[in-house]
Design a protein around this ligand. Sequence first.
Ligand code: NCD
Length: 304
Amino acid sequence: MRHLIDILELSTAEIDGLIAKADDIIANPGQYAHKCDGKILATLFFEPSTRTRLSFESAMLRLGGQVLGFSEAASSSAAKGESVADTARTVSCYSDIIAMRHPKEGAPLVASMHATVPVINAGDGGHNHPTQTLTDLLTIHREKGRLNDLTVGFCGDLKFGRTVHSLISALSRYTGIKIVLVAPEELKLPSYVRQNVLEKNNIPYTQTTDLESVMPELDILYMTRVQRERFFNEEDYLRLKDSYILTPEKLESAKKDLCILHPLPRVNEISVAVDSDPRACYFKQVDCGRYIRMALIMKLLEVE
Ligand code: NCD
């Protein structure tokens, strides 16, 4: 039985396989409509979500399966003090696969050690978010036709942004990747990611606070939200929340084939005026999320 807690648990060949499967699902959705008949997905969300939870549920429903779960800790026995381990054991009795989001780093890993069905990490604190990374990789592959030879800029909250940490890990295994980190001093990429991922794999990277100065270099611009819920005080959040706001003017010096991504939800960091720019790919990215999750559910349930 396989879980997906960290993106590096999938080999690059397996990621290529998931991308190929998602492309096939997009081309031939009817062929997948009954692949998971009789199977149940449980979504255990201890933190707010729109896209991740609903795309998991939509993915399972489109495969012919069914879904159950909760969307806030307050409505589960966690509110009574139940451990993640006991919740995972319990829900294993009711479902064939579990997707879990939790504010504590490592909670889905603990769940996977006690569940008797596959557990997927749907975001753990400021740590990791592997299925968003699969979504991002599918989007990049569909837009650029490759995952190699790309200069990828990450902008915003690189400290708490779990999608950033997972995507940088995944990209570190491809060739010709350059990473450009754009963040205010207080929200820089954690040193454990810089050392254990970028430096360990000899990935060239630069750090700056100035988005406009690096804009012309980028093939991909990955914007992120300042993660209010992970700040210790509101004052710091208010000071940092509008550090970067992408506007049509700032895109004037960008490549014509730049691909702008954002895991969403966006707050202020991309002006709505950018949405009509053909380089804005963040709503296509939303769509990719469901297809790659369909491919992942099939893989973990060993459905052919
Ligand atoms: C992200 C998350 O939850 O980490 N959202 C998502 O899953 N698409 C990004 C965010 O909340 O800013």
